[in-house]
Design a protein around this ligand. Structure first.
Ligand code: FCB
Length: 449
């Protein structure tokens, strides 16, 4: 790489990402019910107070600034806004508005996700995603959020990782609503595309052309047995279905799904054509796919092919795949935002290198003409990681889950250096010796959770 290529342009945005349920605390929704039903890896784990961001938001905006961020991805919690169907909580809407104004005052551009995995407790009982009523329910919620967004220079993400939610919640039964029903999966997918369109209509009517897109989890896929034709076929089908179904539907207006034995569809979705202004990519890893003889005919695993060591959550550390995927996004001809990228690194030593390697791919993709506009690190803080509960640590700031104290990790300093100088220095060049205050050891969540 030339010296020139190691520099980010002044208008490139460095930011951090969070989601409401994982950080705010005190939320009653489908996930808190799921936890009480003992569905997490550790049956007694609870999100509970999370990391109390609901009360500490101002401190956290300050921490984001201290990390050199100029954008902050957060989500609005539908269950707070509309705890009972049709009953909006005005105080919550006001609180969100205040927070976003404060965020902007801190010099952080808001990136607002309308839906990040969670639902009010009534949703799956009354208007689940596989019923068309879900679309109108989502539209009503988005309409309620209009005053929160008015006048902000925000990017809006309608849906976070719908494919993850659909596979986890409708096929594998691992996430709420806990179904294993392929027919409902396809109906739910269709309704989520329609929900995106409905959200766009609502926001554009009320606010004008706010830039709007989705955040899609994208993985690099490889055959578990390189010589096996079925594994290779799965890679082709999986790449298309998992990575591109949603993006393509929002470009072409046509929802095409081809997952033989799991789901197929080919239908026109009114209003979906050209319905996103940017492509959001959440990238973490590569998965190796293997054909198995029982439905869903596919198994996957994370392999440490290059002996870099799996990350602490067990994912392959594979920045090269990020580069491939970014370059594939060029075909959509839209600005690209890296809406999440990060590592579960429980001892805080590997994260600077991980960020360096992934930012290098961003620069290379830009060299190839991919219009990557920003990179939002997941996450500002250690937080509640869904089924994994309190084990993983993705934060630029480590959180002591007992005292809720936030402490910078070496990656915070590294990220700040890159974000403020715009130069992709290597972590070694910074002399960022791992801080001895790290790590607090095996702190357990407090009993309050
Ligand atoms: C993504 C989710 C995010 C977080 C990271 C680790 O799939 O969008 O909430 O859990 O994974």
């Amino acid at each position: 790489m030339s010296a020139h290529e190691k520099t980010f342009p002044p208008d490139f945005t460095f930011g951090v990402a969070t989601s409401a349920y994982q950080v705010e605390g005190g939320i009653e929704n489908d996930w808190s019910e799921w936890e009480r039903a003992g569905k997490l890896k550790e049956a007694h784990a609870r999100c509970g107070l999370a990391v109390d961001h609901w009360n500490r938001y101002e401190e956290d905006y300050g921490l984001a600034r201290d990390a050199g961020a100029s954008a902050f991805r957060m989500s609005l919690e539908w269950a707070r806004v509309e705890p009972e169907r049709g009953k909006l909580d005005g105080a919550v809407l006001e609180a969100y508005r205040e927070r976003l104004k404060k965020m902007a005052a801190y010099g952080l551009r808001p990136v607002v996700t309308l839906h990040h995995f969670t639902h009010p407790t009534w949703f799956h009982r009354e208007t689940p995603w596989h019923l068309p009523e879900s679309v109108e329910a989502f539209r009503a919620y988005v309409r309620a959020c209009v005053p929160v967004l008015r006048g902000l220079d925000a990017l809006v993400i309608t849906l976070n990782e719908p494919m993850v939610l659909l596979l986890g919640g409708y096929l594998q039964g691992l996430m709420p609503p806990g179904l294993t029903d392929r027919t409902k999966l396809v109906a739910a997918l269709e309704n989520m595309v329609r929900a995106h369109v409905a959200a766009r209509e609502e926001l554009h009517t009320a606010l004008g052309p706010v830039p709007l897109g989705t955040a899609q989890n994208m993985m690099d896929f490889a055959p578990d047995r390189w010589w096996h034709p079925m594994d290779r076929a799965l890679v082709r089908l999986g790449t298309q279905a998992y990575n591109h179904t949603f993006h393509e539907a929002l470009m072409s207006g046509r929802l095409r799904v081809n997952m033989p034995g799991v789901a197929t569809a080919d239908l026109e979705i009114p209003g979906a054509r050209d319905s996103c202004d940017f492509i959001g990519i959440n990238y973490y890893t590569r998965a190796h796919l293997r054909f198995v003889s029982r439905a869903p005919y596919l198994d996957f695993r994370f392999k440490d092919i290059h002996r870099r060591g799996l990350t602490d959550i067990g994912w392959e550390d594979w920045s090269e795949g990020f580069g491939y995927l970014l370059r594939e996004l060029k075909r959509y001809g839209r600005p690209v935002w890296v809406t999440e990228n990060g590592i579960d690194d429980r001892h805080g030593q590997r994260r600077p290198h991980y960020i360096h390697q992934h930012l290098k791919q961003v620069l290379e993709a830009r060299e190839h003409g991919v219009d990557v506009r920003g990179y939002l690190y997941w996450s500002l803080l250690d937080n509640f990681e869904w089924l994994e509960g309190w084990g993983p640590r993705f934060g630029l700031y480590q959180v002591d889950f007992t005292t809720l104290e936030r402490r910078p990790t070496p990656a915070r300093d590294y990220f700040r250096e890159v974000a403020t100088t715009r130069r992709l220095v290597s972590p070694g060049a910074l002399g960022a010796a791992p801080s001895s205050s790290l790590y607090i050891g095996e702190a357990q969540p407090s009993a309050a959770r």
